[in-house]
Design a binder for this molecule. Structure first.
Ligand SMILES: [Zn+2]
Length: 493
């Protein structure tokens, strides 16, 4: 690395193997950055730059986009965002699965699963603008774009979530959603599998989704079920997408429950048929275990359920549900009830299904990491390097360029992140440099907080934001994340 203060460029990255995010073959060219933009790509060996970075032997890719996160409050709580920036992630999408920290006025203890985001006193964002203002003060390391959660809307206007919303409540929810869309939200998310949204009929969602098209916004959904009834649940989401004339993203696509193992081919072909008529994409995390709050509907002896936390019996966390039930000498279900509220990892997905879904061309990568969990699923710290190392390099599941496309260009296109997700002249300089020979997720189910290896350097909006072995920027002045508002304007952070 050399430094020249009178130079043409702020930063010049030379000799890298460049994957531009489109999924096409790599090329060897130099990439020049001024301020926050990529301004030249070519043979620039005669150019001068304040900083020249020799990236021989390394891959240069667009910064990764984590399309499925629950980082709403984590961005404010821990703005360094080490779990994400250390994976090469430069943008996160918040507000997934029906739960968002804004717009949200909390009246009480957050209901399940909004409690996954944080504690009661952390919910201070009655409007998305309130959130954006705090984001801009705190200045996290990564960019963010926001969805509005259906369950969060319900929790603010309904006295009881065990029923459908009435017309007055729907009207109040529509107003809150519309204002958030005006303030820059990307779309609406739902989490219909969760008890506090499952009483919402399709018609309730369709009324809300009618707001989306005017804002060119999208609908993302944690399906009503990922178990036996998954085809009907997909159809419910597709019908909404057609009626509202909006793109649909199926969240963390999977075939859950032992009796559904091996159904991924049927599920994918069902999606492909529907894609003939409407725009559909999906995301997934690259593991054969899921994680969420401890759901009594998912209690089974078919596979291991690991308890990550329990509010009522914190001393039992860190053990399997079966071991806890044995110690208490009660049934699995009785133990699950006694542990409530609680969090769990469910080792209940078939590996061949995980692989089929990762390979499916319209699948994006999203971590679904749970940053508040005291013993989180390793996807929080490892999802992106795991796709590149474990699945692409070690298991030859898909070529590296395609793997990168699923976390960059495809994601930016589906979530309409303007001038991001590709290495192109004029695009924002969100970049990651990694070693394709050594990249590896190190977080696992026993040690979930391990930093991945092989991510050498990360730039966010042209600012050096992470270096392997050194870490991430500590002060707000050094951090460069921005709130990515829908409809073009970018609020700098
Ligand atoms: Zn979900």
């Amino acid at each position: 690395m050399s430094v020249d203060k009178q130079a043409q460029y702020d930063l010049l990255i030379i000799n890298a193997e460049v994957f531009d995010g489109s999924g096409s073959k790599s090329f060897y060219q130099d990439v020049a950055i001024n301020d926050d933009k990529i301004i030249a790509i070519g043979s620039l060996n005669n150019a001068t730059a304040k900083t020249i970075f020799d990236a021989s032997g390394l891959v240069l890719a667009p910064g990764f986009i984590d399309v499925h996160t629950h980082d709403d409050l984590e961005l404010i709580r821990n703005p360094q965002m080490m779990a994400k920036i250390s994976q090469g992630i430069t943008t996160v999408i918040i507000g997934n699965c029906g739960i968002s920290a804004s717009p949200y006025t909390l009246l009480d203890v957050p209901p399940d699963p909004i409690n996954l985001l944080g504690t009661q006193e952390e919910f201070n964002f009655a409007s998305l603008n309130d959130y954006i203002n705090t984001f801009s003060e705190v200045k996290p390391s990564v960019n963010v774009a926001a969805l509005v959660g259906h369950t969060a809307l319900r929790a603010q206007v309904m006295d009881n979530l065990d029923r459908a919303a009435n017309p007055v409540e729907i009207s109040l929810m529509k107003t809150k959603l519309r204002i958030a869309l005006q303030q820059g939200a990307k779309g609406l998310s739902s989490g219909l599998a969760y008890h506090n949204a499952s009483c919402a009929p399709a018609a309730e969602l369709e009324e809300l989704a009618a707001e989306l098209n005017a804002f060119n916004a999208i609908y993302t959904t944690h399906l009503r079920t990922e178990f036996d009834g998954i085809i009907d649940a997909l159809d419910e989401a597709f019908t909404l997408g057609r009626h509202a004339n909006v793109p649909v993203v199926i969240s963390h696509l999977k075939c859950a429950g032992k009796q559904n193992w091996g159904r991924s081919r049927d599920v994918i072909s069902h999606i492909e048929n529907a894609q003939q008529h409407q725009h559909i994409a999906c995301d997934c995390y690259p593991y054969n275990a899921s994680s969420s709050t401890l759901d009594l509907k998912q209690v089974t002896a078919d596979f291991k359920i690991f308890i990550t936390w329990s509010m009522s019996h914190s001393e039992m966390a860190g053990q399997s549900l079966a071991d806890i039930a044995q110690q208490w000498d009660i049934s699995l279900m009785a133990a699950a009830e006694r542990l409530q509220p609680a969090g769990a990892v469910y080792h209940g997905i078939y590996e061949a299904d995980v692989r089929n879904i990762i390979k499916f061309p319209t699948t994006m990568i999203g971590s679904d990491g749970l940053p508040c969990d005291p013993h989180p699923h390793p996807r929080l710290w490892g999802a992106f390097p795991r796709v590149l190392g474990h699945y692409s390099r070690d298991h030859n599941l898909l070529p590296l360029g395609q793997a990168i496309h699923k976390m960059t260009g495809l994601s930016a296109t589906e979530f309409m992140l303007e001038q991001r997700g590709f290495i192109k002249e004029g695009y924002f300089a969100d970049l990651v440099l990694f070693d394709p020979k050594t990249i590896k997720d190190c977080a696992n189910f026993v040690s979930p907080f391990e930093v991945s290896t092989g991510i050498k350097q990360v730039w966010v909006n042209g600012q050096s934001s992470y270096q392997e072995g050194i870490g991430t920027n500590k002060s707000a002045e050094q951090r460069a994340g921005r709130f990515l508002s829908h409809n073009s304007t970018q609020v700098s952070g």
